[in-house]
Ligand binder design. Structure first.
Ligand code: NDP
Length: 274
């Protein structure tokens, strides 16, 4: 069965739209440089804001901007009426990503990457959760796929996907194994997975011989090759072995966008508590 992220995300967006349409929320996106993939992702965010009637403010900064100037902009946004602030990654190497993320008021941190939000997630306390990880959990919930007691294997350990999804799963009583590029015999782990989550950025890394019959497969990967999108999972070969599987595109991508919408609303609610 296909896990239809596109359909579920449309349902979520409608719910969020009903809540935020008249609230005059705003999203500030900070882009440093002119990365082509970033331009595409920022356009998606702009479209999202149009749908939700959220003001979209794009701060496109020079590639060579100093850290001091970026921090100064964040200080201004922290103090003004902006609802959500998002640092579009990647940023140039001369800038300290974590330092900049930590400067964002955690109540406006719609990416959930500020250390306060990261700590809340690790400690299983309420906070803003990174969008892709949140989107995966929402999709599993919507299809009534239980994770408690399941063997879940996460391939990838990035701060934006692998680590937060691993923590969310642990918080939901799954038995979690995290694999990465130094893992020896990846297939040994993936074959044992009741639920397999691939977030590596390696086209078709996961093949049919690496998957247990009846497993749930979540493919986070977006690999653009010759203008075509591929996942980290060989969908065609695995779709008939798995019980549920996400397509690429139309799976976790739209769920990530839907989670950003939810995070903007959550940020607004958090700021009302001030
Ligand atoms: P990163 O490059 O930050 O992390 C990739 C992870 O995969 C690393 O932990 C790396 O291991 C691991 N890895 C790489 N190669 C292998 C391998 N051969 N075997 C096992 N593990 C491996 O990527 P992101 O987490 O940011 O993104 C992952 C993918 O998800 C990308 O394709 C990205 O485009 C996509 N993505 C999709 C989103 C969506 O909305 N659908 C949102 C965010 C990302 P190590 O740590 O050892 O280097």
């Amino acid at each position: 069965m296909i896990l239809d992220g596109k359909k579920i995300s449309e349902e979520i967006l409608l719910e969020v739209k009903n809540k935020v349409y008249d609230l005059h929320l705003s999203l500030a996106v900070i882009q440093i440089g002119n990365d082509q993939s970033s331009n595409v992702y920022i356009n998606q965010k702009k479209k999202l804001c149009n749908i939700l009637n959220i003001a979209f403010i794009h701060h496109k900064l020079d590639l060579n901007i100093s850290e001091k100037e970026v921090l100064k902009l964040i200080d201004v946004l922290n103090e003004d009426q902006t609802t959500g602030i998002l640092l579009q990654l990647p940023i140039p190497n001369h800038l300290d990503t974590k330092k900049i993320q930590n400067r964002i008021n955690y109540k406006k941190d719609v990416d959930g990457l500020n250390n306060i939000n990261v700590c809340n997630l690790i400690n299983n306390k309420p906070g803003i959760i990174p969008c892709t990880a949140k989107g995966i959990m929402t999709l599993l919930n919507k299809y009534n796929i239980k994770v408690a007691g399941k063997n879940v294997v996460v391939v990838g350990r990035s701060n934006i996907v692998g680590k937060p999804i691993s923590n969310l799963l642990l918080n939901s009583d799954a038995t979690v194994t995290v694999c990465h590029s130094k893992t020896k015999n990846l297939a040994y782990f993936t074959k044992n997975a009741d639920i397999l989550i691939a977030a590596t950025g390696k086209k078709h890394l996961i093949t049919n011989s690496m998957v247990k019959e009846g497993a749930v497969i979540i493919d986070v990967g977006i690999n653009k090759i010759d203008n075509k999108l591929y996942g980290d999972v060989d969908f065609e070969k695995i779709k008939n072995i798995s019980s549920y599987i996400t397509p690429v595109p139309g799976g976790i991508g739209p769920m990530t966008i839907a989670s950003l919408a939810e995070n903007l609303y959550d940020a607004y609610i958090l700021q009302q508590e001030d």
